[in-house]
Design a protein around this ligand. Structure first.
Ligand SMILES: O=P(O)(O)OC[C@H]1O[C@](O)(CO)[C@@H](O)[C@@H]1O
Length: 325
């Protein structure tokens, strides 16, 4: 992690440490940025006794949680730093006395100015994943947990993030041929569903909402593995494509149950099994977290392959940023 990012995280964490009490953590953003933050709620729920919540920014603004006060920590995120809902939500949180931390790719943006403790992340093809949004978010989360739910493992996890540069290059190379073949096979599909659980749910959520619907205009829906058998499995058929992330974490059983059923009825089930990632150099404590970040890298590789096959740039929008809404 770059020194700049590490020092911004340190300042934010020191401020949290200085608070008399922290009894609620809110993760607030829109779209892909909200999906990234979902891992935060997962970690706080599973690793601390502090309640945490994910909010789409405008609900936070228009239907504000009653418990938001000076004992709350609000972590917001906006890649552009310009999404008005997220800026408004951060201003509101600050006005209520909450400690506000934001993540953004743009220093000096409206969000950057709105939060008390801004943290920058890098973006781009040549940039290490340890300094991109998820690397920085996980770095922040591990550092916050080391204060709010102390455990020696957080320092270990923090160090393991440094391995992301090599691990993500390795993961892309490992899945390259499969991604291209899958993209060729699926390029004319009108609908692709995504399924996952646990810490990976945010990743499959953003794959459906942002990668497929927003950036490829492919109909999609994101299904939690635990919910597949409570409705969505009725659409399973030989020609219905699914992308399933199979976790190495505690929810693996849920994902396996989906796989075992779905493969009997569809010929188009893509299973991204985190057990296939080479995590031999990663400390056990950090494996599910590193795997979650790498799964995002792998999914992006599949999405770039399908965008290429379809001749549909990931940058094209019909409505978003093209008009008032
Ligand atoms: O606040 P951000 O991260 O700049 O996001 C704005 C937009 O970018 C996306 O995350 C991806 O294009 C959208 O879902 C969202 O509306």
């Amino acid at each position: 992690m770059r020194d700049l990012h590490a020092s911004q995280i340190k300042v934010a964490v020191e401020a949290v440490k200085a608070r008399k009490e922290v009894n609620e953590v809110y993760f607030v953003a829109c779209g892909g940025s909200q999906a990234v933050l979902m891992a935060g709620q997962y970690m706080f729920d599973k690793e601390s006794s502090i309640p945490s919540h994910v909010y789409t920014a405008n609900e936070f603004v228009y239907d504000t949680p009653k418990r938001l006060n000076e004992n709350s920590v609000v972590i917001s995120c906006s890649h552009s730093g310009n999404t008005p809902e997220t800026v408004e939500a951060t201003k509101l949180a600050r006005s209520k006395g909450a400690l506000t931390i934001c993540l953004s790719n743009l220093e000096g943006s409206p969000l950057w100015e709105a939060a008390e403790y801004p943290v920058h992340y890098d973006w781009g093809k040549e940039v290490s994943d340890s300094d991109k949004n998820k690397g920085i978010l996980y770095g922040l989360l591990f550092s916050l947990l080391s204060v709010l739910a102390p455990d020696a493992k957080w320092d270990v996890c923090l160090k393991e993030l440094e391995k992301l540069t090599d691990l993500s290059a390795q993961a892309k190379a490992q899945y390259d041929a499969q991604a291209k073949a899958w993209a060729k096979r699926n390029k004319r599909e009108k609908t692709i569903y995504t399924i996952g659980s646990g810490i990976n749910y945010g990743e499959v959520y953003s794959t459906a909402m942002c990668w497929f619907m927003e950036m490829q205009w492919i109909n999609s829906g994101c299904i939690h593995s635990g919910e597949y058998f409570h409705g969505p499995f009725e659409v399973t058929d030989y020609d219905v494509p699914f992308m399933l992330v199979k976790s190495i974490g505690h929810t693996r059983h849920l994902d396996e149950r989906v796989e075992n059923f779905a493969k009997k009825f569809t010929e188009d089930l893509l299973v991204l099994d985190q057990k296939d990632l080479d995590l031999s150099t990663v400390a056990d404590e950090a494996k599910p977290y590193v795997a979650a970040i790498l799964t995002g890298v792998v999914i992006r590789h599949f999405v770039e392959a399908i965008a290429f096959e379809r001749g549909h740039s990931l940058d094209v929008r019909r409505y978003m940023w093209q008009m008032q809404y």
